[in-house]
Design a protein around this ligand. Structure first.
Ligand code: ADP
Ligand code: ZN
Ligand code: MG
Length: 489
């Protein structure tokens, strides 16, 4: 899909304005207001009870662990956490909402006024303000693909604890919105408050979008875009929707305040059927729950117990290991990767070399196999030992990479692989001269050109010999022998 709208091609500038509303499932063992277990993909309607089914007379009880996790997220996002907040009923009718209302927080949310710095491409964007963070319960799920022409309802998810995080309209491009969401997800993962799995729906994002003339400080009419369940869908949907609005305005039309559904197959947004904008949720205070009063010490305890957060880790990696900011960012993507890198760095004299191996070969293999670096069966100490063999010249870099792959395949330590498979560097001149001779015989035209002064062909010959040796020849020795052999006839 092209991200260029006709209006943009005409060169008419518009600024995109985006505010996100993010729902995150909290990682608790049980639901928000009852003791039902929380699990993804359990048989439908097996994790339910009178409370989450909304049966008459059943009373909710607040899950303290959920509140604690929400406070942890709020503190990390720099919010003011309110010692007293209140639950409210949000009333609407939908088949997956058994009570006919959702217990949420409305005019007295748990936390307000935070911010999160989300480095966008090019940098320079100010931190994104977080308007509020509140706790609420999830709805059930409508299953449209279980029975032909019938919608089934699974209430296992009904009552699962959520936090909703609402940003101010501080995001100004799809890339910026994506960067923000990446950083938010990473932060919540660091905090271990949620799995943040967009595909499984434990992290869901709705985007509010409007466009305006640059320099204008008024907020234009926005639409709300739903149904984006990956980062790339988010970027595409936002780009499409902003373009659609620009085209509309340039064509003399007006943006309507409506809810749009992103259709990933068509690559387009379309208005949700049935205008639901006129919704009146008739919020009122939840009569079955008292004011949510946080235990006095909770905010301090949570604050003291926060793990090192992504931006703190990045700063420390830059300062302690002398890494570039970008590299520090890659290595801090998640806590396990960061820990793996640090353990490797400790096992080798040069942290930057360790960083290169982890970011280069380890991440490449991890992507190929679809397994986390920490799950490849390589102990950081062993990777350190391998790096050491390469750094001291016992192995070429190419050979080192081969050894690493064999270590992963066999589960054997570096030295065992090197010994058993005879993978150490060949520096035996006779053997190397044999390959050199072959390379020269097989490429007479290149030999002639080299001798006519095209000296950069030496690299070509080195490549030929290295290939013959399957990466085992000592590259220094090869260069030396080749230069000699090519110079003389
Ligand atoms: P609504 O009344 O439609 O719920 P809110 O003011 O409560 O709108 O804001 C909901 C979300 O929409 C917030 O994330 C906010 O930042 C964002 N938002 C509000 N106005 C705009 C706008 N004009 N353009 C883009 N986002 C907006
Ligand atoms: Zn229940
Ligand atoms: Mg609102």
């Amino acid at each position: 899909m092209s991200e260029e709208s006709p209006a943009k091609r005409k060169g008419i500038p518009h600024e995109t304005v985006i505010g996100l509303e993010i729902h995150v499932q909290l990682k608790t063992a049980s639901k928000m207001f009852c003791g039902c277990r929380v699990a993804f993909a359990a048989p439908p309607n097996t994790l339910v009870c009178p409370v989450c089914l909304g049966l008459p007379g059943a009373l909710p009880v607040v899950n303290e662990r959920a509140v604690e996790l929400a406070v942890r997220a709020a503190v990390a996002l720099g919010c003011t956490v309110h010692p007293r907040s209140a639950f409210a009923r949000k009333n609407y009718f939908y088949p997956d909402l058994p009570k006919g209302y959702q217990i949420t927080q409305y005019d007295r949310p748990l936390a307000t006024d935070g911010s999160l710095d989300a480095p966008a491409e090019g940098g320079g964007a100010p931190p994104v303000r977080i308007r509020r963070l509140h706790v609420e319960e999830d709805s059930g799920k409508s299953l449209h693909d279980r029975f032909p022409e019938t919608t089934a309802i699974d209430l296992n998810r009904a009552g699962v604890p959520l936090v909703e995080i609402v940003t101010e309209p501080d995001l100004h491009s799809p890339a910026h919105a994506r960067a923000f969401l990446v950083r938010l997800k990473q932060t919540l993962e660091y905090l271990e408050v949620s799995d943040c799995n967009m595909e499984e729906g434990s992290l869901r994002v709705d985007a509010n979008v409007s466009v305006r003339r640059p320099g204008s400080h008024e907020l234009a009419t926005k639409t709300e875009v739903k149904n984006m369940n990956s980062f790339s869908q988010l970027s595409k949907a936002l780009a499409f929707e902003a373009s659609r609005q620009v085209d509309l305005l340039e064509g003399g039309g007006a943006v309507e305040h409506e809810t749009m559904l992103w259709d990933p197959v068509r690559g387009a947004t379309r208005p949700m059927r049935g205008k639901e904008e006129a919704h009146d949720y008739r919020y009122f205070p939840e009569p079955d729950l008292p004011t949510l009063v946080l235990p006095e010490a909770l905010i301090d305890t949570v604050t003291d117990g926060l793990p090192e957060l992504p931006w703190e880790k990045i700063r420390r990696f830059v300062q302690t290991y002398g890494l570039r900011e970008y590299d520090a960012g890659v290595l801090s993507a998640d806590r396990r990767l960061a820990a793996f890198f640090e353990a490797t760095a400790e096992a080798t004299p040069d942290p930057k070399t360790a960083a290169n191996w982890v970011m280069g070969e380890m991440l490449a293999i991890s992507n190929e196999l679809g397994q986390h670096v920490a799950e490849l069966g390589i102990e950081p100490v062993e990777l350190g030992r391998l790096i050491d063999r390469v750094e001291t010249g016992a192995l070429s870099h190419t050979l080192g990479k081969q050894v690493l792959r064999r270590m992963i395949e066999t589960g054997k330590p570096a030295d065992a692989v090197i010994d058993e498979e005879g993978l150490s560097l060949v520096s035996d001149s006779d053997q190397i001269d044999e390959w050199v001779g072959e390379a020269i015989r097989e490429n007479p035209a290149e030999v002639e050109r080299y001798r006519d002064g095209e000296e950069k062909l030496l690299a070509f010959f080195i490549g030929q010999v290295m290939r013959k040796s399957r990466g085992k020849a000592d590259p220094e020795r090869v260069r030396d022998r080749l230069a000699r052999a090519l110079a003389t006839d």
